[in-house]
Design a protein around this ligand. Structure first.
Ligand SMILES: [Zn+2]
Length: 271
């Protein structure tokens, strides 16, 4: 059976195919789809503008047996800012890779996947929220979609609400979740006691996991909090969902190699 269909989509992967063509992975509202964009690898190709990472548009796909073909495409968002700034480009490439690995093929995507991914790219362009915080918010969505997002508000061992405990929680890298100080000290080895964390991390993880990324505005977090979020989520995704590892390492190396902007240290949440 052959069908022609039209979909809104964002390009999350581009693989050159021969001299002229490119194979695109498109994130649509219902999930990922792969399609050949003929001539797109040539700068003058009719589809070349629509075959760039992060570009958003309306794609007309011709689907026969096997891989579909992009027949036409109308770009609605070129997202130039994401290609011109080194840090944004690195984050955008990482997030596209994460989406391409973590979102299921159509029609099985979680309902929010497309909208949250578009929101994270919009956020990278807009500059209202630090790029690493946006990435962490999207990583938390991915954790939930892949079934490795625990309830960050409670100790995963004893279930106590972490907002009610006096001491800061820890992260258990073997079980993949936060544990209260009592559970941490009840175990013998330092490894099992988990990673020390900032006091309010439970509330921050829960807030970012629940947040609509499009509605995140002022997010004021300390450097220590942002480091802890980064470390936890890199581990959580790689260890328990098997995604992100290499791409996340590349991102971290690029960001670490750049001169650091003046520190803008926030106060974490006043919750
Ligand atoms: Zn506990």
């Amino acid at each position: 059976m052959t069908v022609i269909w039209t979909t809104e989509a964002v390009v999350v992967r581009v693989v050159r195919y021969g001299e002229r063509d490119a194979i695109l992975t498109l994130l649509t509202e219902t999930g990922l789809v792969t399609a050949m964009a003929r001539g797109a690898a040539r700068p003058t190709g009719r589809l070349s503008a629509a075959a760039q990472l992060c570009v958003q548009g309306t794609y007309v796909l011709y689907q026969g047996r096997g891989m579909g073909d992009v027949r036409q495409a109308e770009v609605t968002r070129q997202r130039r800012a994401l290609h011109e700034d080194v840090v944004k480009a690195a984050y955008a490439a990482y997030l596209c890779d994460l989406a391409a690995r973590a979102v299921p093929e159509r029609p099985d995507a979680p309902p929010a996947a497309y909208r949250q991914f578009v929101a994270v790219l919009d956020g990278l362009e807009a500059d209202h929220v630090p790029v690493d915080v946006l990435a962490r918010a999207f990583e938390l969505k991915v954790c939930a979609w892949l079934g490795v997002g625990p309830d960050w508000r409670v100790c995963i061992r004893c279930g106590v609400p972490l907002a009610e405990t006096r001491e800061a929680p820890r992260y258990d890298p073997f079980e993949g979740g936060l544990i209260c100080a009592d559970c941490a000290s009840a175990t013998g080895s330092a490894a099992v006691r988990g990673w020390p964390l900032p006091r309010k991390i439970s509330a921050v993880l829960h807030l970012l996991a629940q947040a609509d990324i499009a509605k995140l505005h002022r997010v004021d977090l300390s450097g220590a909090m942002r480091d802890a979020l980064s470390r936890i989520l890199a581990h959580q995704l790689q260890e328990f969902a098997g995604v992100g590892g290499r791409a996340r390492q590349v991102l971290d190396e690029i960001v670490a190699s750049l001169p650091h902007p003046p520190a803008e240290d926030g106060r974490d949440l006043d919750t």
